[in-house]
Write a protein that binds this ligand. Structure first.
Ligand SMILES: Cc1ncc(COP(=O)(O)O)c(C=O)c1O
Length: 429
């Protein structure tokens, strides 16, 4: 079947709410490691999909999944060793006092539960997120996703703070006081929240500020924000859906790289390498308080097949040295991207960490006027034509996002840089 027919059938049955990447949507049929193939047999380097953290169709993950699926699949109301073992493996790798794992299927469910738990434990209702944040699709997490609906619909209990973007925000890298200034802006929003009658239950920090970047925030800002929220009686939730699971190349969790200890940590996407597995993790005190009032059951969250997959993913990350690869290959990719930025005017900024990079694309370097969403979509399409899959992000949709599976190699990085180079040569603003 050709792509036009499939697009028409998809539209007819799924409706217009689903979107496609690129001017010519890709019809992918096979994946292995960091490689993808389309229906015409064309091969691509995957420089975008972090969900398949250990690479597409990793044989050990597939084997673990098939073996457990052929043995038993139930839920958490029966005893099973798999979920306990996965929880123990995760707790060993958790920051600070986090020692309780609650499994869900999606990051949305994990964040929704995190916000509910924070409200219960703090006894307060206010929630704090950054401008252009994304935290999920449930009713509650949709409200926490300020990139997904118009500002006039924001509830009174929501405080929206400025993302700490040292390139595109009001305070820049060359300002030694930038962290303190972003913190002051956040304090002002917290004051306004309280004036509206809401004290904070929690701040939800996407530790990559992914939908704005990724960003590298000033450490004093991050630590100051956590302290400020706690002073006002709120909890700190680290949303590590994007930033965690070794993405930084330095630690399992990016909160450790900033030196802050969350009360609740959430994760999802990379945990199951393509299988729906997500997590809300917290301290014993928090869960004891919550459990006195509520029980938790999620039909599919933490089932034996998911647990087998989750354990296999952790084994692969560690036995294949993927944390170290994220650091090493990430630095190599960064060098290539910075070299490109030296030659291509539209690359206004290179920002990121580990295997997570964003090119902030501009129409004009002096004014930093962002490229439009349509221009970025077109650029992404040109890069895909060169055989490399990338994504977009940013407050104005102006960031070219590179966030590959963790086994990304130097040769993949070379192909990516060459594809962006060629695409930019054929790209006019
Ligand atoms: C930072 C962040 N949090 C939460 C979510 C929601 O996760 P899910 O799509 O698994 O519900 C996402 C998804 O993109 C995300 O990027």
């Amino acid at each position: 079947m050709n792509n036009q027919e499939l697009i028409a059938r998809r539209l007819k049955t799924l409706g217009p709410t689903y979107q496609n990447f690129y001017d010519r949507p890709l019809h992918l049929v096979r994946g292995s490691g960091t490689a993808l193939w389309d229906a015409d047999g064309r091969q691509y380097v995957d420089c975008y999909n972090n969900v398949v953290s250990v690479g597409h169709c990793h044989p050990r993950v597939v084997e673990a999944l098939c073996k457990q699926a052929a043995t038993l699949n139930t839920h958490t109301r029966y005893l099973h060793e798999g979920i306990v073992e996965l929880g123990e493996m995760l707790v060993e790798r958790m920051p600070g006092d986090i020692e309780i794992c609650i499994f869900t299927c999606t990051g949305s469910e994990a964040n929704d539960l995190a916000a509910q738990v924070a409200r219960h434990v703090s006894g307060q209702q206010g929630l704090i997120v950054t401008e252009a944040s994304y935290h999920g699709v449930s009713e509650l997490t949709r409200r926490l996703s300020t990139d997904s609906y118009p500002p006039e619909d924001r509830p009174d209990w929501l405080a929206v703070i400025e993302p700490p973007n040292l390139y595109r925000g009001p305070y820049h890298r060359d300002d030694p006081e930038a962290g303190a200034r972003y913190l002051e802006l956040a304090r002002q929003e917290l004051d306004r929240l309280e004036q509206r009658g809401y004290k904070p239950a929690a701040v939800m920090i996407d530790v990559a500020w992914d939908s704005n970047g990724p960003l590298l925030a000033p450490t004093d800002y991050v630590l100051g924000l956590c302290a400020e929220v706690r002073k006002r009686g709120g909890l700190v939730i680290a949303d590590e859906v994007q930033s965690g699971y070794c993405r930084s190349g330095k630690d399992w969790w990016n909160c450790n790289n900033y030196g802050f200890q969350p009360d609740i940590l959430t994760c999802g996407k990379p945990m199951g390498a393509g299988h729906p597995l997500a997590l809300m993790a917290t301290t014993r005190d928090v869960i004891d308080d919550y459990s006195r009032h509520y029980h938790y059951f999620n039909t599919f969250g933490g089932n034996p097949v998911s647990a087998a997959v989750g354990k296999a993913v952790i084994d692969v990350i560690e036995s294949e040295g993927l944390l170290h690869n994220a650091l090493e290959t990430g630095a190599y990719l960064e060098a290539g991207l910075r070299e490109l930025a030296g030659r291509h005017e539209p690359i206004g900024d290179v920002q990121g960490f580990g295997l997570f990079w964003g090119l902030d694309m501009v129409a004009d370097r002096d004014s930093r006027e962002p490229l439009s969403r349509e221009q970025l979509r077109h650029l992404g399409s040109l890069i895909a034509e060169q055989g490399v899959i990338t994504g977009t992000s940013g407050r104005y949709g102006q960031v070219l996002k590179l966030r590959p599976p963790l086994p990304f190699s130097r040769s993949d990085a070379d192909k990516t840089v060459a594809a962006i180079d060629t695409a930019l040569k054929g790209f006019s603003i």
